[in-house]
Design a protein around this ligand. Sequence first.
Ligand code: FES
Length: 170
Amino acid sequence: MSRANTDEKSERRLIRRRKFAFASIFAFLTANFFMTLRFFFPRTLFEPKTSFKVGYPTDFGFGVDTRFQQKYRIWVVRNAEGIFVISAICTHLGCTPDWVESEQKFKCPCHGSGYDSEGRNFEGPAPRPMDRAHVELAPDGQILVDVSRIYKCPPGAPCEFREDGSYLPV
Ligand code: FES
């Protein structure tokens, strides 16, 4: 084999190695570029709104209204004193109870806690009534609910269910 041939072969090998090195660096930089780009688009969890309108007071008759259970996890309740909003979260371990119209009670499917139509616990392991969300009238006359402002009624502590904002006198 001639020396010229050997030189040519080693040069080709060198070129191949350089190409491979450049391709590796390019792939590395491209991957880094996309990882950096991804950083600017974090996987955020868009929480549902905590404040929303549910309609006018006249839209609600006496009793429990379950229309907003799926969308906002609340029930709107009207009694002789006014309108209030129950947060549909069992105070035992956080399951969503069901409204049982025929028995006029909320029943938790997880461990059997029962609540009356105003969300007061009377059976099962639930330690306290279900919490209530803040309600007020918006300027347009609709009921504005804010589930980030909660009223509780724990046993042995002051009950917040008569505080301003815990119900809407109508
Ligand atoms: S979570 Fe409702 S009874 Fe346990």
